[in-house]
Every structure is written in structure tokens, then in C-alpha cells.
Design a binder for this molecule. Structure first.
Ligand code: URA
Length: 214
């Protein structure tokens, strides 16, 4: 792999387990994307949302983060409500969705079995998160969706985890320009169990809007 790559190559082999899973999925579902899913990038944007990893029948199928699964329905409708997107969203990705002042990426770019990347896979992919963050020269806010994404962001800035405790609505000063806001992940599990309600998710974006105005 070249260090110049901003996104992993289609056949990235940094993680043997994820590569094996990708090859199996390509055989089973040849019409699916089945590759590291590239970020939705607006390099001038002030907001970056960091998810966990592609869902097998969501982003891994469609090739766009959060597109095609439950988490995407919640995320894209909330982005629209708060003016971070334009156009219409369709679960197959054939839509007119455009993000406004916002980018979306994942801490891990390949789909992991059972939606759970292991520690070394998260570490292997950190370089791509770092590059994505660094590309955003106007970045003011990062929303971490879930603990793994939070930890990966903290680690990509070279900070110690103990100084950045994850919690829904926790805010962390990263540097002079950038603040990190934590949110519970908008996964089906979290919304079904009401660990995350729509009101709680809205609060994150309400605070984001206010922070970006200052
Ligand atoms: N789809 C993604 O791309 N990322 C997530 O974190 C969840 C679903």
C-alpha cells in the first residue's frame, strides 16, 4: 500500500480477517460494492462525522457510508433536518443527496464480520482517518458516533484515552480549532433499546449548529 493513498485501495490487505470476509462477500454477492468504502468528502466542510464501519448490507453493498441500513435512515434524515444536506436520500444510493458543510467517514473502512472490528483492525485503519481529518482545513467539529469511533479519533490525534472520556454529548477540545462531540451510535440496536432517541440525536446536531455559528 502506498502511503500517498488517501483511501484504502479496493484490495487493501492490511487486515487479513477483513480481506477474507471481503473475498467471501464478493463470491456470495458479486453485484455488491464489497470493498473499502470511501468517505463522503467535502474538503471545505467544518463538520466531519465519523461512524464505525460499513454495514454488510448497507455501505458494503452500496459503496457509500451509511447508505442502505437503519443507521443511515436516522443519520441522513437528521442531517436534512439540520440543514447539513440537500436533495433526496435513497437507500440504494441512486439519489440526489449532497452534504452541506459536512463530510462523513468511518473509523474502519471495510465491513467487519458481525459489525465488530477488532483492535488491530481499528489501528490499521487509523492512518486513513488521520488523512481524512487532515484534509479538512476548515474543520471545527468532529462528531464521533459511538465509543470505537471516539477512541479512534482520540488516538489519531496522538492523545491518551484517559484524558478523553466517551459519553453522549461529551465535548472535548482537540486543539484551537477543533472540538470533538460524542454521540451514541445511531444503530438499530441503540435506537430500538432507546439508548439513543431521536431527541437525543437532535440535541447533538442542535449543539453542532450553535458551535458552527461561533
Ligand atoms: N454504516 C456506516 O457506514 N457506518 C456505520 O457506522 C454504520 C453503518
Amino acid at each position: 500500500m502506498s502511503n500517498k493513498l488517501k483511501e484504502p485501495s479496493r484490495n487493501c490487505s492490511r487486515c487479513s480477517r477483513l480481506k477474507k470476509f471481503r473475498i467471501e462477500n464478493r463470491k456470495k454477492y458479486p453485484s455488491w460494492f464489497n470493498a473499502p468504502v470511501p468517505s463522503i468528502l467535502n474538503n471545505n466542510s467544518e463538520l466531519l462525522i465519523v461512524g464505525l464501519a460499513p454495514g454488510v448490507t448497507g455501505a458494503n453493498r452500496t459503496g457509500r457510508p451509511f447508505t442502505g441500513d437503519h443507521a443511515g435512515l436516522i443519520l441522513f434524515s437528521t442531517l436534512k433536518k439540520f440543514g447539513f444536506s440537500r436533495g433526496f436520500y435513497k437507500e440504494n444510493g441512486f439519489d440526489s443527496l449532497e452534504l452541506d458543510n459536512c463530510s462523513i467517514t468511518n473509523a474502519v473502512r471495510c465491513v467487519p464480520p458481525k459489525n465488530l472490528p477488532n483492535t488491530s483492525e481499528i489501528k490499521n485503519c487509523e492512518i486513513f482517518l488521520q488523512k481524512t481529518i487532515n484534509e479538512h482545513k476548515n474543520l471545527k467539529l468532529i462528531i464521533a458516533l459511538g465509543l470505537i469511533s471516539h477512541k479512534s479519533i482520540v488516538s489519531s490525534f496522538g492523545f491518551k484515552q484517559k484524558d478523553f472520556k466517551f459519553g453522549h454529548k461529551n465535548k472535548h477540545r482537540i486543539n484551537q480549532n477543533i472540538t470533538l462531540i460524542d454521540s451514541y451510535h445511531c444503530s438499530r440496536y441503540n435506537t430500538n433499546t432507546r439508548r439513543l432517541t431521536q431527541d437525543m440525536f437532535d440535541e447533538i446536531f442542535r449543539e453542532t449548529k450553535i458551535a458552527l455559528k461561533n
